[in-house]
Design a protein around this ligand. Structure first.
Ligand SMILES: Cc1ncc(C[n+]2csc(CCOP(=O)(O)OP(=O)(O)O)c2C)c(N)n1
Ligand SMILES: [Mg+2]
Length: 695
């Protein structure tokens, strides 16, 4: 193992990183100065000597990934992106010819529109591999990236052609090591034998409330050894030879992920070294000066990048990355000639496009009064699509037999430590990690799905939210979508989950009503390039509607559509429903029709898509003059007021459910055609009681 010592130039670069962070945080008058100062040497070393990363093309597919899981230390990442002159890329994957982070952005750290925001944000600043800030999220997501590297290598590498073998580094602190999601993900990574994954644990033994001995005294190294990780430690973060040795240990490991425990001093060299005060507050003008003196820096210089620093980065990480990238392009060029089909897949995937004919096998379901559970029809459609889209892959958090997300066609085996060629993952009972890993796969350009019961979306909510914030097309699949699941009772019956998922900006929540709406849902979801989707599916059978008498299911694409109209004239009342309650609305409509009341049934599988339609379409579906409206959904009523208005009614859940057979539950909670028809009549009476009189 060749270990080189640091030169004066290396030391100058490390001091530049530290002082840029100090100045940025001081200018913002907010941020966490201690952490970047403490871990700057190892970040420097990792980038400069190990990371295969081409700053000129930060989306080169086989780049090593660097994840700053300690997102509060973002100034460190901004400094690295600036000093290595990483180039900006737009959402069409075009390189823009300007740096991703200017010195000006660092001066405007944490200010509106600066490319150096408070925490690393994917899609906002090129070079950020994933959004971090919620502790634990970065390390968990890094596992998905490592999975992707191995899966891509298994599928696309051929004799003489190594296209995918990237490594994934994630830098984390005490906070990440405390979070449950990190443990879930670490356990999964160990099982999968992800030797391309390296977590660097900055053990400074300080968090916000104080020293970690107030609450966190376990032996983290022993814990990771027990998971099955390769664990090594570095006694002093400033000992660059030791840090380098640890990275060589990682590179030499071929069957296990590696944890490097680095003992460091938060706020190294500042007046608040080793103290929780190194958190949250800038050092203040005097603290800044004292620290600069300690670092041998001109104490009045601000945002100083001394001569030779940019060049040194360009000669290190820059030159190494460019060479590796050029060699990769040359390999791809030859590969394209010898394996054109596979090369085309790689290109489509990188642009988030779909292969021609991806939807050719999606079935149409014949009308059937008994019907099929939407989890079952979804499982069929998923398989039909996945056969045609090789990089659509995923798994369940131990519930595939219930969520029906297993891929069952030839070649769709399990992805495990010894065979990475399959398409099915067993995420284990680790929902938060499963969703985080899916995020990591999605930022690596795979098309991941994962599944569980809707109730357990709560466990994964942090990662679902991040998929929306990052605008990445993860498919979150949840079955057992309501009290309709029956006997398992209130612990398993979701009530508030639909409303809370709909509250996440940019997340498309689909609750299809029958098998053909399921098929249309998949048709909408697969082409999404920048939106995550949630599929909410029933455990119980739902009738497959006779579309010859009703509107076609293609209306799903508009979020809501008139499924059954009230006859030729204007409707007296509108019944709006989703999922299993659409059939119920149709039943109530029949009852009302027998009394001469004209009811329109609107199926609204995705309110977010409906909200994106032009006003004319929305008014056509929900005519403003028809104020007698009833929304029906076996869930919290919270999100429905804007569709039914003040004069409308909502048949929903106001309490937790109960453990009983479905039949008894629907009566108890008012989800019968009789009860819905009653509410509709009441609304009509109210609407007829003067408010709607013509002048
Ligand atoms: C899930 C989550 N909880 C709380 C926070 C708020 N927070 C930001 S930094 C921090 C302390 C982090 O300590 P550590 O990871 O040891 O980093 P260091 O103090 O060493 O920089 C906390 C609690 C957060 N960002 N994410
Ligand atoms: Mg700490």
């Amino acid at each position: 193992m060749a270990t080189t010592t640091t030169t004066e130039l290396d030391e100058l670069c490390i001091a530049t990183i530290r002082t840029l962070c100090i100045d940025a945080i001081q200018a913002a008058n907010s941020g966490h100065p201690g952490t970047p100062i403490g871990i700057a040497p190892l970040t420097y070393l990792l980038w400069q000597r190990f990371l295969r990363f081409d700053p000129a093309d930060p989306i080169w597919p086989n780049r090593d990934r660097y994840v700053l899981s300690s997102g509060h230390a973002s100034a460190l990442l901004w400094s690295m992106l600036h000093l290595t002159r990483v180039q900006a890329v737009d959402s069409d994957y075009e390189i823009l010819g300007r740096p991703a982070v200017l010195l000006e952005d660092l001066r405007r750290f944490r200010q509106l529109d600066s490319r150096a925001p408070g925490h690393p944000e994917y899609r906002w600043t090129s070079g950020v591999e994933t959004t971090t800030g919620p502790l634990g999220a970065g390390v968990a997501t890094s596992v998905g990236m490592a999975v992707a590297s191995r899966w891509l290598g298994t599928r696309y590498n051929r004799d003489g052609y190594t296209l995918f073998d990237f490594d994934v580094y994630a830098q984390a602190g005490d906070g990440c090591m405390m979070e449950g999601v990190a443990s879930e993900a670490a356990s999964f990574a160990a099982y999968q034998g992800l030797s391309n994954l390296c977590w660097i644990y900055d053990s400074n033994r300080v968090t916000i409330e104080g020293h970690t001995d107030i609450t966190f005294t376990e032996d983290v190294a022993a814990r990771f050894t027990a998971y099955g990780w390769n664990v090594t430690s570095v006694p002093d973060a400033n000992d660059v030879e030791e840090v380098e040795r640890a990275f060589h240990d990682f590179k030499a490991e071929h069957s296990r992920p590696t944890l490097i425990v680095v003992h460091s001093h938060i706020g190294y060299g500042t007046p608040v070294e080793d103290s929780p005060k190194a958190h949250g507050e800038p050092l203040g003008p005097e603290g800044v000066k004292a620290t600069k003196r300690f670092l041998g820096w001109p104490e009045d210089a601000e945002f100083l990048v001394p001569d030779g620093v940019y060049e040194h980065f360009a000669d290190g990480v820059g030159a190494r990355g460019r060479q590796a990238h050029e060699a990769w392009e040359a390999t791809l060029e030859e590969y394209r000639a010898s394996h054109p089909g596979l090369a085309e897949e790689i290109e489509q995937m990188q642009r988030r496009e779909l292969p021609d004919g991806w939807d050719a096998e999606i079935p149409t379901f014949p009308a059937d009064a008994k019907g099929v559970a939407t989890r079952d029809s979804s499982g069929q459609v998923l398989n039909a699509v996945a056969r045609r889209v090789p990089w659509l892959l995923g798994g369940a958090a131990d519930l595939a037999p219930s969520t029906k997300t297993r891929l069952t066609f030839d070649g769709a085996g399990d992805v495990g430590p010894d065979d990475g060629s399959g398409r099915n993952f067993h995420f284990g009972i680790r929902e938060h990690a499963a969703a985080s890993i899916a995020n990591g796969m999605a930022v690596s350009k795979l098309r991941p799905f994962w599944s569980s019961f809707l109730i357990f979306s709560d466990y994964a909510r942090g990662a679902i939210r991040l998929s929306a914030l990052m605008e990445i097309p993860v498919i979150h699949i949840f079955s057992h979508d309501s009290i309709g699941l029956g006997e398992d009772g209130p612990t398993h019956q979701p009530v508030e989950q639909l409303a809370s998922l709909r509250a996440i900006p940019g997340l498309l929540v689909f609750r299809p009503a029958d098998a053909n709406e399921v098929a249309e849902t998949w048709r909408c979801v697969m082409p999404l390039q920048h939106d995550p989707a949630v599929l909410v599916l029933s455990r119980q059978a739902l009738p497959t509607f006779d579309r010859s008498a009703l509107a076609p299911a293609s209306g799903v694409a508009r979020g809501a559509y008139v499924l059954a109209d009230a006859g030729s004239g204007a409707p007296d009342v509108i019944l709006i429903a989703t999922g299993s309650e659409v059939a119920l609305a149709l039943g109530a409509r029949d009852q009302l029709a027998a009394e001469g009341i004209m009811a329109r049934v609107v199926s609204m599988p995705c309110s977010e898509l409906f909200d994106r339609q032009p006003p004319a379409y929305r008014d056509e579906v929900l005519p403003p003059r028809v104020m007698a409206r009833v929304a029906i959904e076996q869930a919290s009523t919270l999100s429905w007021h804007r569709y039914v208005g003040d004069d409308g009614a909502i048949v929903g859940m106001h309490t937790f459910g109960a453990s009983a057979p479905l039949k008894e539950l629907v009566t108890k909670f008012g989800f019968t055609p009789d009860a819905v028809a009653d509410v509709a009549r009441e609304r009509l009476v109210a609407a007829g009681s003067g408010r709607e009189e013509a002048p």
